[in-house]
Unconditional design. Structure first.
Length: 183
């Protein structure tokens, strides 16, 4: 996987605006995935980021890039804890929750509804999606919004601007490593 893919799909996470990003990448072998993840984690880890392969299917790998410190904070939210406990997560620590999420993705093949908590979506919106799906959704952007639509629209715009700026900087020769915000 290329640095350009990470910038295209995860710029807000690289910039420290978003807890996590989930995206797919083509691969030719399990060894290629291991090498790419190791290489990228050597660059990402000192800045507080972790890249994890979640599942593989049909020559594609689902990857999760996240900021450990932000996930720690997000999972302390009372509504997030309640959702995770209801969904059967026994240990509410980032490592245990990510491991459980990987198991669920591999076992079920579909995205579990609580996945939004791992991406930095507001717990109230994750709950709204779980309870209502499309009924009562106020707007759609990076996620479906059931709570504060105005605040979510501002976040969506920041994510779009960030992705545009990172793409432009990268195309002009700035390295991804230079653009990663530590945190």
């Amino acid at each position: 996987m290329s640095e350009e893919e990470l910038i295209d799909y995860a710029a807000p996470t690289l910039a420290g605006l978003k807890t996590g990003s989930l995206f797919t990448s083509r691969h030719t072998s399990d060894e290629e995935i291991r090498q790419d993840v190791r290489r990228l984690n050597r660059m990402l880890s000192p800045k507080g980021l972790v890249l994890v392969p979640m599942s593989k299917k049909n020559g594609r790998v689902l990857l999760y890039l996240y900021r450990k410190s932000r996930l720690d904070r997000d999972l302390l939210d009372a509504e997030a804890v309640k959702i995770l406990r209801e969904r059967g997560y026994r240990r509410i620590t980032p490592g245990a929750c990510v491991a459980e999420l990987i198991c669920r993705l591999r076992r079920e093949g579909a995205f579990p509804h609580e996945i939004g908590l791992f991406l930095g979506y507001p717990p109230d919106d994750v709950r709204g999606f779980m309870d209502h799906r499309d009924v009562g959704c106020k707007c759609v952007g990076t996620w479906k919004v059931y709570g504060d639509a105005a605040a979510a629209q501002k976040v969506f715009a920041r994510y779009r601007r960030c992705t545009e700026i990172y793409g432009r900087c990268y195309s002009r020769g700035r390295s991804m490593e230079q653009m990663i915000v530590a945190g």
